[in-house]
Design a protein. Sequence first.
Length: 342
Amino acid sequence: MIEKNPNGEVWVFAEQEGGQLQDVVLELCGKARLLANQLGVSVGAVLPGHNVQQSAQTLISYGIDNVYLIDDPKLDLFTSLPYAFVMTEMIKKYRPQIVLYGATPLGRDLAPRIASATQSGMTADCTDLEISDVPDSKTKKIHKNLLLQIRPAFGGNIVATIINPEQWPQMATVREGVIPLFDAVPNRQGNVFSESFAIPDSLMVVDVIKRHLEERRVNLKGARIIVAGGAGVGSKENFRLIFELAGALGGAVGASRAAVDGGFIEHDYQIGQTGTTVRPALYIACGISGAIQHRAGMADSAKIIAINSDPDAPIFSVAHYGIVGDLNEVIPKMIKAFKERG
């Protein structure tokens, strides 16, 4: 168990692929900066890998004060045990009070291993993080400056706030896209510390024979225009209208959970608390009633157009423009108008 350190830094695990930082890392840098400012401490980032020192200044420009660079050929490609080993050793050495990871496949693999090794608590798949004092209902003691780890629970039907008052560091994985990305400050000053650990050969149990990388089939996070369909689309066959409208606009296709549960489209397209959080320039919601779980994933879109036959649908409460009507009539007219305009 790691001794509690109320003066410890707020850390971000700097996940990278071939020297390229993951987007969620840069999102977490901004959130870590805000949390650290409230706590009156510094922000650190642990950057393991091989020949990745060029990423250190990027981290500093996004709000990191101290970058801990662990450059080792054994860390060239990610394998669970060596990365967990160096992160655990770093935590033992510096005793941060908070460690944040992206809820990526890599982060979801790594974070629980480190939590187990350090006997710390860890909350998965958070959608927000805050700092607050929390009273203990049994002892009436006030736990000062705890990390509130906020995430959907029970299939997104409630939002849970989880705290870890005793076993530190407080650790969480955070979903991609839920934290706004701060602007970089290119000339910002920070420190880079080189760290070195003797990684035991016994941990090198995986030999990477061949790697095959594929582009994301669905890239909702990067889309400037999203056309999303809900249960009101009616069927998998009717979803072709959503694809046609998205194609006419040069946008991406999304869906509500109800559409995914109905078998109209795959989960990769789901937007909301239990899917992807998006902030496009234009979001067109077609046949989506607007449950709170869905609105949480798209309400920050710059412009929202809602098409629904129910004038009282909750989606209209967040829409900038609303069309009350049958989407089977409205969407073909929109497609025709956009195509005519070229």
